[in-house]
Design a protein around this ligand. Structure first.
Ligand code: GDD
Ligand code: MG
Length: 360
């Protein structure tokens, strides 16, 4: 059995206001906290012990995951009082690890939805004798990620975090296998970034860092658009997850929700527990969190409606985030990444979105 460290200490600032009350890895995704998908995937790959490296709102993780037994895992928690960075977070859990110095330890970013074969990555790491083996994925625009060129044997030749001038489309997919002794060597007394310090340092020292390319489904849930897409893809069954609470299909409606007979749910929408959707409304590819309300005759597309938030009648939301407890009055039209803050109140007919008219 292998053990894993989950990096879940980030503040999720790009996902505000959703992350004001809930850390990113705990956001409900296709009806369960996002981490359930990650943890059940780890379990399926033969991992039995997981240490969560927390910092921001650690209590939400403990409340939602407990000792891990419901997922077939033993879960431990370590909390950084001050965020120590990705490398510092890994180093900080060292005394909870049970592996020997040569054993493989899996490290996972807590906001990645991935269909890659984790057991195959661990096997490739063991077969090569590498110090670290990185899962690499290919994306169209690598600038927001770690750019990772390799030679034709798979050896990593550089690690370029968030470079404006990427040299390859292959990126760090946020899932590593470390020899445990590589963790021992990370400085313990200050913040460290694995992306900016540990990986470039290992490559420069001549250590074998291996790139493991797996082209399976891959998504970083760092933005509202990506969060909505990840949830939708799970509901539609585009990515399978052992943690899904129901069968896959056009929509997922959780316990106690009420959807009017004339409302239409489509494109992988989730309706949270006790949430309601009014007559004649259409909800496409969206996430309605628990106790959310959508009034009659509204259209909600590629959007998130927060916990207990209320959207009135005749409202249009397109690519919008409505924070927990907020109210969007009747007749508003919001689009293009608009974010309504937690508990904010938008009066009826306050904002109308009109697309640009071509000039005469
Ligand atoms: N414990 C702890 N402490 N965890 C942290 C800290 C910290 O100080 N800072 C970030 N994390 C966690 C976050 O919670 C998240 O799960 C993970 O580390 C990655 O942080 P992000 O903030 O999501 O980073 P990113 O998406 O910009 O970039 C990272 O992921 C990309 C792939 O998704 C980098 O690893 C890139 O190289 C990579 O391509
Ligand atoms: Mg991320």
């Amino acid at each position: 059995m292998t053990e894993a460290v989950l990096l879940v200490g980030g503040k999720g600032t790009r996902l505000r206001p959703l992350t004001v009350n809930t850390p990113k890895p705990m956001l409900p995704t296709a009806g369960v906290p996002f981490l359930h998908h990650v943890l059940s995937k780890a379990r399926a790959a033969g991992i039995d012990h997981v240490v969560l490296a927390t910092s921001y709102r650690p209590e939400v993780f403990r409340d939602g995951i407990g000792d891990g037994s419901s997922l077939g895992l033993r879960v431990d928690y370590v909390t950084e009082e001050v965020p120590m960075g990705t490398g510092g977070g890994i180093r900080n859990v060292l005394d909870r690890l049970e592996s020997g110095p040569e054993d493989p330890v899996v490290i996972l970013n807590g906001d990645v939805l991935s269909g890659h074969d984790l057991a195959a990555q661990v096997a490739a790491h063991q077969a090569s004798g590498a110090e670290v083996t990185l899962h690499l994925s290919e994306v169209e625009d690598p600038r927001a990620f770690g750019c990772v060129p390799t030679d034709d044997t798979g050896r990593v030749t550089a690690f370029l975090e968030k470079t404006p001038t990427p040299v390859t489309n292959r990126i760090n997919a946020g899932c590593y296998v470390f020899k445990r002794r590589v963790i021992d060597a990370i400085p313990a007394d200050r913040p460290v970034s694995v992306e900016r310090e540990t990986f470039p340092g290992l490559v420069a020292s001549g250590a074998l860092v291996l790139g493991h390319v797996d082209p399976a489904y891959w998504l970083d849930l760092g933005t509202p658009a990506a969060y909505v897409r990840g949830s939708r893809d799970l509901v539609l069954g585009i990515l399978a997850s052992p943690a899904l609470p129901g069968p896959v299909g056009e929509s997922l409606v959780l316990e106690g929700a009420h959807v009017a007979g004339t409302a239409v749910l489509s494109c992988g929408t989730t309706v949270g527990a006790r949430a309601t959707v009014g007559a004649g409304s259409s909800v496409e590819g969206s996430v309605l969190l628990d106790d959310a309300v959508v009034g009659a005759g509204s259209t909600v597309r590629d959007s998130v409606v927060g916990r207990g938030a209320r959207v009135g009648a005749g409202v249009v939301l397109d690519g919008v985030v409505v924070g927990d407890g907020a109210e969007v009055g009747d007749g508003n039209e919001l689009a293009h990444g608009a974010r309504v803050w937690v508990d904010a109140r938008l009066p009826a007919y306050a904002i109308r979105f009109t697309p640009d008219e071509p000039s005469a």
